[in-house]
Design a protein around this ligand. Structure first.
Ligand code: AMP
Length: 529
């Protein structure tokens, strides 16, 4: 394909707002490409100069790009680039490293832009900036690949999770067909998206969902890593699939020397350890990841602990469809029981609660609960893995209540909870709950609220804001539904605070602050790229 034709495709896509015609355009183009062009066209459409599995970065800054563009103003007469020539040029720019590489990159870039026509140059710059402005995201490309290859979109999505790189998926789909894709499985040195967990309300929910067949592991507050080993070669990726091998020489060495397996893909968490053997704050760990120079010195000054918790591939065999119980068995065997997450298979709720309490006492944020029979589902956040953290608490005011139905008929049993909005002097709703009270308390609460009734529409009784309750919740979420802008996840009443007046209830400002703190805690892991 000529690069001019690719640019034309982009302009056509930009001018086509609807999804299906867009998919048809991309599918049609993919079908007409040579096999070796396919991975590149997919990368370019996604706004990437290199396929996403390529660990290299072009290393061209905005400033360089702007400067080069000014100098190498393309003329309409030039042009005639091919898609593969553009690809080779991007590869050459990425390959320039070491002393003088900035100049070399700029030179190569100037050369490329100098050869391009005005339109071609514009498309090249869009790719370099990662901003195609054609309304084509990965999901759409997946569907187009499915269509071009005559393969079910589901198969493409699954393969994308395993191969971690849509360019590669497209290449295999178009060149080798559905069968090869359906058999997609983890491959050494191609990182897979990590499996993720859902928040549980508590251990009871976990026991119910996993039918008692669950294992608990300590939830370490560090950074997720995926380790690949083949013989003496060990490479490591972060949760976002950036390669971090160079930042972790000690972990690499540890896996190389200790692991009793020729080939393996392992999932785990690294935690920075302070002088007294206590885990260090996450910021310290980040220093290691950002560090490129003097890694060895930092490694000595900031030791890391490794906690492995899964094994996805072992000596030529994919384990992801094996039950977690069996994967853990293999992990135990090849690690000799070292560097593993602390774990129990609790016989009952009591034992589980004791393990959670112990983890919290040791300074961890909670535990993970994993269904013993579950496969490893890359990139999926589901109920096979739960995070269990202790509930947070806030004092809220009841501003309204709904009449109950069924067993709760005749009682006001669904309470609208609010925090104090200091700015307006009123109360801002943050959720509802019918959980936490005994039958006797429901009855008392109903009398109490009816005495405070301000309005009623048959379903909901609005009351004067006087009753304060302590509310347990697991997470604060952003909400478009409530005017406060927030909603409490898994809210339940943990105590009736008849000792507190509404003026002593928690405020919207405090809720916002708690949300920010929670958000920061999440962002810390997300930022690890
Ligand atoms: P979250 O980021 O809040 O969704 O929590 C899930 C994260 O906890 C994972 O991505 C891991 O980085 C981390 N984690 C810590 N310990 C474990 C464990 N034993 N099993 C799985 N994930 C863990």
């Amino acid at each position: 394909m000529t690069f001019e034709a690719f640019g034309r495709l982009c302009r056509e896509l930009a001018a086509t707002p609807r999804r299906l015609p867009k998919i048809a355009l991309v599918a049609d183009a993919l079908r007409r490409l040579d096999p070796e062009e396919v991975p590149w066209a997919v990368a370019f459409l996604a706004g990437r100069p290199l396929p996403s599995s390529d660990p290299r970065d072009l290393g061209v800054s905005w400033a360089t790009l702007a400067r080069v563009r000014e100098r190498a103003a393309p003329t309409p007469r030039r042009g005639g680039l091919t898609l593969l020539e553009a690809a080779r040029a991007f590869e050459a720019i990425a390959a320039a490293t070491g002393a003088g590489s900035r100049r070399e990159k700029a030179r190569l870039l100037a050369d490329l832009l100098g050869r391009a026509s005005r339109e071609e140059a514009e498309t090249l710059v869009h790719i370099l900036m990662g901003e195609m402005r054609i309304g084509v995201h990965e999901g759409l490309i997946q569907e187009a690949v499915a269509r071009a290859a005559g393969v079910d979109a589901q198969v493409i999505r699954r393969a994308a999770l395993f191969l971690g790189d849509l360019s590669e998926v497209a290449r295999v789909a178009l060149a080798e067909g559905a069968e090869r894709l359906g058999a997609a499985r983890p491959r050494l040195f191609v990182p897979l998206l990590p499996m993720m967990a859902e928040m549980a309300e508590g251990l009871e929910e976990v026991f119910e969902e996993h039918a008692g067949q669950t294992a608990l592991e300590v939830k370490y507050d560090g950074a997720r890593i995926q380790l690949h080993k083949a013989g003496d070669e060990v490479r490591i990726w972060s949760r976002r699939l950036s390669e971090v091998t160079a930042s972790l020489p000690d972990i690499t060495e540890l896996v190389r020397t200790r692991l009793r397996a020729r080939e393996a893909i392992l999932d785990g968490e690294v935690v920075a350890i302070g002088a007294e053997g206590r885990p260090l704050p996450f910021q310290e760990l980040m220093r290691r990841f950002r560090r490129v120079h003097g890694v060895a010195e930092t490694a000595r000054g900031l030791p890391l602990a490794l906690y492995l918790f899964d094994c996805l591939y072992l000596d030529g065999r994919s384990l992801i469809d094996e039950p977690y119980r069996a994967r853990w068995g293999e992990l135990e065997r090849i690690s000799g029981g070292r560097d593993l997450a602390r774990r129990i298979v609790p016989a009952g709720l009591g034992e589980a609660e004791a393990f959670l309490a112990e983890a919290l006492a040791a300074g961890h944020e909670g535990v993970m609960a994993k269904a013993l029979a579950s496969p490893y589902t890359p990139g999926v956040r589901g109920r096979r893995w739960f995070k269990v953290k202790p509930a947070e608490r806030l004092d809220c005011v009841i501003v309204a209540a709904d009449w109950g139905s069924g067993r709760r008929r005749g009682w006001l049993s669904n309470y609208h909870l609010a925090v104090r909005d200091e700015a307006s002097g009123g109360f801002a709703e943050v959720g509802k709950t019918f959980k936490g009270l005994t039958d006797a308390e429901f009855a008392t609460m109903t009398d109490w609220l009816l005495a405070l009734k301000a309005a009623e529409d048959g379903v909901t009784v609005r009351v004067r804001p006087e009753v304060v309750v302590e509310v347990g919740y697991n997470e604060i979420q952003r909400s478009a539904h409530y005017p406060s802008g927030f909603a409490l996840r898994f809210a339940r009443i943990t105590r009736i605070r008849d000792d507190k007046s509404p003026a002593q209830a928690d405020t919207l400002a405090r809720l916002r602050q708690l949300y920010d703190r929670q958000f920061e805690a999440k962002a810390r892991t997300a930022r690890l790229r």
